[in-house]
Design a protein around this ligand. Sequence first.
Ligand code: S3P
Length: 175
Amino acid sequence: MKNIVLIGFMGTGKTSTGRLLAGRLNRPFIDVDKKIEQETGLAISDIFQLYGEDHFRQIEREVISRVARYTNTVIATGGGVVLKQENIVRLKNTGVIISLMASLEIILERTARPGIRPLLDCEDRAERVAKLFQDRASLYMKADYTIDTSCMSPQQVTERIIVFLREGGHLRGRS
Ligand code: S3P
């Protein structure tokens, strides 16, 4: 079976939904940022601080090229995965791409904890989120299915994804 790949801006619920979805479908779960942290022994924020964003994007690209070869796995990506087209091409070859969206207000609320997301550790978070969101919006739309998670819990998002997968014939049996 194909992978199920969650993409979307920071704070749209990719990790929490991905974990729930994997549990519901009885499939393995991979969180790409977690995998990068495990493999490098560094927090994402430390990679940015010590080596810069470009270096992080290279590591991310390399990890994506490996996880895209998996099958039957639920994969939660980092918000910037769409910045390299080859990442999305690879993930799409072996997976169904689901894009999680949310309003700017909700994203700001959900990403308020400092020190975790280096791109948002700045003076004017609202301005930064709006700018990054605008730059990336069209990239997130290149998915097979898009869900606005603003008013939904991860459980509700998970159920919505399952309905989509079932209707699209992406699930086998009664999962
Ligand atoms: C990033 C999103 C983060 C993480 C890194 C860069 C981005 O992941 O990969 O801080 O460029 O949007 P989450 O989307 O899981 O927060």
